[in-house]
Design a protein around this ligand. Structure first.
Ligand code: SAM
Length: 227
């Protein structure tokens, strides 16, 4: 769900065409079968940023059936490489099928398992990191992302508005959503206020955070906030 005006959103979606060719077929399949892949306006945003920055090394946290990874592979630098992570067998099997069918097996490496455990053991540098996994874990992923991001690199995080809950008072949020809400608020505070990151919020679909690393070392500032 988007938090922007519905008529305005419909207008934007009416002029943003879906992708064509094999990428378009994958997008259509994902939407038809109900896989939680990025929406069309977000896909357009991501494609534009990738085409603009031409990253050589990309890390994705949250692969699903491989739509956003396939999309990024089309617009990144030729000869570049994507590492993507997922822990759910159904998604992993479908993503492997996607990468085989699209002949992307050499360009995309799928790491299987819990992202936090995998990130803790990784020590590589990336030009762009796309965070699109469990929203309540973004705050835990962040230190690993800033550690592995090259200076001048970009971090993009999806679904930061949490269907609009992010702007509400804590007591007005359904109880089951409160922990994720608090963690997302802490994540946004760190990303928007830390030394060595320049960040903004993009109100596309369910909201994106876009950050760039401007220093060799990022000193993460933490929000003191109880769950
Ligand atoms: C929103 S979907 C990703 C969609 C994908 N980026 C796309 O647009 O094509 C989120 C995925 O993250 C995976 N996921 C969630 N939390 C995870 C974690 N802690 N470790 C690994 N995978 C995780 C889920 O299994 C799911 O497939």
């Amino acid at each position: 769900m988007s938090v922007i005006d519905r008529d305005f959103e419909n207008y934007i979606n009416s002029i943003l065409n879906p992708f064509t060719g094999r990428l378009g077929e994958l997008q259509e399949t994902a939407y038809t079968e109900g896989f939680p892949v990025i929406k069309n306006a977000t896909a357009r945003f991501l494609a534009t940023i990738i085409a603009l920055k031409r990253p050589e090394k990309i890390l994705e946290i949250g692969c699903c059936i491989g739509f956003s990874a396939s999309l990024m592979s089309e617009f990144m630098a030729g000869g570049g490489h994507i590492t993507t992570i997922d822990r759910y067998d159904i998604m992993i099997d479908r993503a492997k099928q996607t990468f085989k069918e699209m002949e992307l097996e050499k360009k995309i490496t799928l790491l299987e398992g819990d992202a936090l455990e995998i990130l803790s053991e990784m020590d590589e540098k990336f030009d762009l990191i796309f965070m699109d996994a469990a929203k309540g874990q973004y705050i835990q992923f962040l230190p690993h992302c800033v550690r592995m991001l090259n200076k001048g690199g970009a971090l993009i995080a999806d679904d930061i508005f949490q269907n609009g809950y992010i702007a509400m008072e804590r007591q007005d949020i359904p109880r089951r959503q409160r922990t994720t809400y608090t963690r997302m608020r802490r994540f946004l505070y760190s990303a928007l206020n830390s030394e060595g990151l320049v960040s903004t919020i993009i109100p596309v679909d369910d909201g994106l955070l876009l950050s760039t690393k401007t220093a060799d070392e990022v000193i993460l500032k933490e929000l003191d906030y109880d769950e």
